[in-house]
Design a protein around this ligand. Sequence first.
Ligand SMILES: [Zn+2]
Length: 467
Amino acid sequence: MPLTVNDFERDALATLTTYASIECLSPAFDNEWEAHGHLDAAVNLLAEWARQRTLGDFHVEVLRLEGRTPLLLVNVEPTNDDDATVVVYGHLDKQPPLGEWSPGLAPYQPVRRGDRLFARGVADDGYATFSALLALEQLVAAGIAHSRVVVLIEASEESGSPDLDAYLDHLADRLGRVELMICLDSGALTYDRLWVTTSLRGLAGVELTVEVLTRGQHSGSVSGVVPSSFRVLRQLLDRVEDATTGRVLLEELHGAIPSHARLAADAVAREFGDELTESLPVVEGLSLMGEDEADRILNQTWRPTLSVVGMSGIPAPEVAGNVLRPFTTASLSFRLPPNVDSQLACAALERALSTNVPNGARVTVRTHGADGWSTPPLAPWLAAALDEASRQSFGRDAGFTAEGGTIPFLASLGRRYPEVQFVATGVLGPDSNAHGIDEMLDLPCAVAVTNAVTSILVAFNQRKAGS
Ligand SMILES: [Zn+2]
């Protein structure tokens, strides 16, 4: 019997709702997370719920490595003689609220409307602990023999997973021979099928400062004499991005687009047309980039892009005086193709932005990078299992999509377990608003993803070596 929304309500909703009320921000957004104790409250709550599951021979633990965020580990012992391990991944830390939520909604006061639950962290990624363990509980209840399954819920994901590697090192022996990773923290294009993420872009963050004066001067007396830091900045930006087309100009930031990615982009564009871009809140009359939908999908998932995400050294217009300002700082966010090395990209950006600077202005460049990721080719058993899981839980074949965002832990898991099969999926579909205001979990989708995880685990246990 597959799980229903009623089952989910009975077994999970109360605890998920309590979790939704906890301000368990990721450490990057709460320096004093240790003193505040919200992450501890969340992990203890989830661990307590996990201990009440019926999972045969299983063990729930909260790990706390020195100076690291806590990690919830649920180890379900195998009931067959297979020595492989399946790891199911999720996270419990949250993004900040971002801004004012819509009337009637609030980040830490969960509200249910119909089949949707609104609060920060419910979909990204609070539901994951519940989905993972309810999926396992179904397997156990059905008496299906299974291999070892380890559910691993970390608490530093929204900060770029700085603590995950330490835990993976710590747990390496206990995890044993990992053969399948299921990551429940990814996106979905629609709520009508199981969406599997095939790749993610990487990231190069650049903080670029151009200084021309040690203190500001009257623009009436020095303009035309002292070059403006903004103009120098514009020239530097022109080295890395074509201002007319938005094409990133450094070859080190481009990767070859594989033919399967082009085919997948064509397929999604054929099925959805401009549905995917229609809902964007663009101003009237704006023309989008790219030649057509398929081209836009590739722009968004396999090509490098630049967004200027912050600036300083510039007063707000209402307090701006006629001053030639001493400096301008820009925060540049480059998305990188899945197959580009972020360290090489950062080095290329540093060179381009700091060599032969116009007018000899003083330039400081600080960079940080995160690699993208693309899934290893699917084993035939898994390709079949994903479609079967999607048909059973949603009523149609699985969908495959490349994502434009960055999830550092997938790159780190990919490096650590290069031979392992990956299923990256999730409930972050239309209007789920992860990272934005009004975050929402679609309960039927969470339930269907849970059922899909059960089917994938069943298929894993039936797989034949080498198939
Ligand atoms: Zn997430």
